[in-house]
Ligand binder design. Structure first.
Ligand code: FAD
Length: 391
């Protein structure tokens, strides 16, 4: 534990996967699965405009399963325009571009986002200004899954992230700050790959979806470091959520649906005040130890700039659905970083912490994705292989 406290990185000691899996499976995952279906948490405000500052030539992905359908107002079925019950008619032929999962739900308008501060997140480059370019996306209708986005465009993004902004750290690297960004991104990458493998288009002609365990194994599970980074990222975000408990407890969850908003608040309270979750690997990472040494502030600024560039890179993702989830999850990570590293005093959360509504939505949905990834990683039936890697 002492070593752990010093370096604050999970690989150095700290948690066993089994206890993390137990607490996730028994407590966190069931709560999150309910929480993300509530109106407050299922709508995300996002600018899906392709505005890549790095490679203007990178055109939009034209693959059918990449598209998030933004329909003209007149195309929406009447029932879809009403704020409640937010249900998309089954097999609705309108504006699906071949698949209902791609439909953007625009039943919320900017008024539903009232009551929360508009405050900059220094870790991300998101423009939060409400304007015509903003879309409200129903995340439940747009699950993160296989889209077919691959090849040079996708590779270019991951390459840029790893080579320019968060290079792999050398073995034996002693500066934990430098490891953090790499581990967070690698953990997120693992989670994205696991979701691609969990919900894969198995057969184009019949449009049959299902799990692809080989893909999960080859891309993530057979690489112990990628699994470890997934756990690290999960614990990092969980720690941010529990650290912001007081703020999240008092926040106003107002989507206009009183009953559902009370449910969201109650679920949040059950989650942030749960002592087992708070204790779950209390030191996956000790933020109080970081940025403290000589050069700490410069290092912190440097890592913050790198993370902002990663956030900007999300506008270059050439697949709209992937961009949606990329933006959401990077904003979620940026929010976790903001919570954990805007501490004034070294052990308590900043009493002046302020979060935007969209940040809280991103944070909780990211935690849900990571929590799901842990469940998939531990329950997927691998054809031949060594599942002991992850148990
Ligand atoms: P990639 O996943 O592209 O990996 C590239 C290289 O990175 C690998 O060869 C390996 O060297 C390294 N690497 C892989 N995983 C890790 C890890 N965990 N840690 C460290 N290094 C690693 N596709 C979809 O179908 N659905 C989506 O929702 C989706 N969202 C995306 C979001 C973003 C932000 C990006 C950039 C891409 C997204 N993609 C999505 C594309 C997807 O991530 C892959 O790029 C694509 O499936 C091709 O995979 P690949 O096997 O070539 O390896």
């Amino acid at each position: 534990k002492d070593t752990c406290k010093y370096s604050g990185i999970i690989e150095d000691c700290c948690c066993d996967y089994e206890s993390v899996n137990n607490v996730n499976g028994a407590i966190l995952h069931p709560l999150l699965q309910q929480l993300v279906t509530t109106p407050f948490f299922r709508y995300f405000k996002v600018k899906l405009w392709c505005d890549c500052p790095f490679w203007p030539d990178d055109g939009m992905c034209r693959l059918r399963d990449c598209s998030v359908c933004e329909c003209p107002e007149h195309e929406f079925p009447e029932s879809f325009k009403k704020p409640s019950p937010y249900i998309l008619p089954k097999d609705d032929p309108v504006c699906q571009e071949g698949k209902p999962e791609a439909t953007v739900d625009r039943t919320l308008d900017a008024k539903s986002f009232n009551g929360w501060v508009e405050i900059d997140n220094r870790w991300t480059l998101d423009d939060e200004t409400d304007n015509g370019e903003m879309t409200y996306v129903n995340l439940q209708l747009n699950p993160e899954r296989h889209t077919g986005y691959t090849g040079p465009s996708a590779r270019r993004i991951w390459d840029a992230i790893y080579s320019e902004y968060c290079p792999r750290y050398a073995y034996g690297e002693t500066c934990p700050e430098k490891k953090v960004l790499y581990k967070l991104i690698s953990g997120l990458h693992s989670s994205i790959s696991i979701h691609i493998g969990a919900d894969y288009l198995l057969d184009e002609s019949s449009y049959k979806w299902g799990p692809n365990p080989e893909l999960m194994y080859n891309r993530v599970l057979k690489h112990p470091d990628r699994v470890e980074n997934l756990y690290f990222t999960f614990l990092f975000v969980l720690r941010a959520v529990t650290k912001a408990a007081a703020y999240l407890d008092q926040a106003e969850y107002d989507s206009g649906n009183h009953v559902e908003d009370l449910r969201a608040q109650s679920l949040i309270r059950q989650m942030v005040h749960n002592s087992e979750l708070q204790a779950a690997c209390a030191l996956p990472f000790d933020e109080a130890e970081l940025w403290q040494g000589q050069g700490g502030p410069i290092l912190r600024q440097q890592i913050q700039n790198q993370f902002r560039n990663i956030s900007a890179l999300m506008d270059c993702v050439g697949c709209e659905k992937c961009r949606l989830w990329g933006k959401l999850q990077v904003l979620g990570l940026g929010t976790a970083l903001k919570i954990l590293f805007s501490v004034n005093d070294q052990s308590n959360p900043d009493p002046h912490l302020q979060l935007q509504r969209n940040e809280v939505i991103a944070l909780i949905n990211l935690l849900n994705r990571l929590s799901e990834s842990l469940i998939y990683a531990t329950t997927i039936k691998l054809p031949t292989t060594d599942i002991s890697l992850i148990n």
